[in-house]
Write a protein that binds this ligand. Structure first.
Ligand code: 5GP
Length: 121
């Protein structure tokens, strides 16, 4: 698998401060912010600060420190968002996963019962 990261993607611009965002949490390795078009009462995106296109790219190429930092951000976001009753984490990936922005992001969705994972095909 060839990972060609595009530094002009919209989340890279957010990381560089070229586009504003509503930050929920930030650490050395990850940024979490409100999704611009929320699909649920809680809809937060968590992204690594490094140039990774997708979950599998991040899992293969990011350092242990980056991966731990990212997961710590997930823990903090879940606390901040108050999703004790449950939530869904989604990482849409490439064409079949219908990924629009080619910078790895984890959607954290909650605040209501979300229904079944996928509609029946
Ligand atoms: P994907 O389909 O790639 O998994 O999801 C991309 C997500 O990014 C979508 O939920 C979309 O609403 C969100 N998004 C796209 N552009 C922006 C933006 O400029 N700011 C924020 N906060 N979210 C964005």
């Amino acid at each position: 698998m060839d990972f060609n990261y595009d530094p002009q993607n919209i989340f890279a611009k957010i990381l560089r401060g070229e586009i504003p965002n509503k930050t929920v949490y930030e650490n050395d390795h990850a940024l979490a912010f409100e999704d611009i078009a929320p699909q649920a009462p809680v809809h937060i995106l968590i992204i690594p600060k490094g140039p990774y296109m997708s979950l599998d790219h991040f899992a293969m190429a990011a350092s242990a420190e980056e991966q731990v930092g990212f997961m710590q951000a997930v823990a903090e976001v879940c606390k901040i968002a108050g999703v004790e009753d449950g939530f869904r984490a989604i990482a849409n990936t490439r064409e079949a996963g219908v990924q629009d922005v080619p910078h790895f992001h984890l959607h954290i969705l909650g605040g209501r019962v979300l229904g079944r994972m996928l509609p029946k095909a």
